[in-house]
Ligand binder design. Structure first.
Ligand code: 5GP
Ligand code: ZN
Length: 113
């Protein structure tokens, strides 16, 4: 499959991996939008949030739990961080393999643009 994040999962494209297990991988975003900006993805290809089914509950839960775990590991947990998942064009999605953005190390603004 011609998917960028599947290529990272398969090791065809290098990434700075922060955490991985049998279900998920966390790695540094290549164009960080904050002092700390990493992504958490499922190993299994899911194109958008709209494609989730009840069978995905476990892996989606693991994305969030991994985000919190790696945020602690990176030392941004206590000061605070933001978790974002973009869906489709108006949501700002550019890579069609679901991913959780975790941004920290600076104050965030609200609402997001
Ligand atoms: P989206 O816009 O789909 O929500 O987020 C895609 C994210 O993937 C962007 O923040 C972008 O910087 C990141 N990204 C795109 N290509 C690569 C890559 O080859 N390696 C890594 N580590 N991140 C990437
Ligand atoms: Zn994929």
């Amino acid at each position: 499959m011609d998917c960028l994040f599947c290529k990272i999962v398969n090791g065809d494209i290098p990434a700075h991996v922060l955490f991985e297990d049998g279900d998920v991988i966390a790695f540094e975003d290549i164009m960080p939008q904050a002092p700390s900006h990493f992504l958490v993805i499922p190993r299994r290809h899911i194109s958008t949030l709209n494609d989730l089914t009840d069978a995905d509950a476990n892996v989606v839960g693991k994305l969030q739990i991994t985000a919190a775990k790696v945020a602690k590991q990176k030392g941004i947990a206590d000061s605070g961080y933001r978790v974002v998942m973009n869906c489709n064009e108006a949501g700002g999605q550019t890579v069609y393999h679901i991913h959780m953005h975790v941004l920290g190390g600076r104050a965030m603004t609200w609402p997001p643009g």
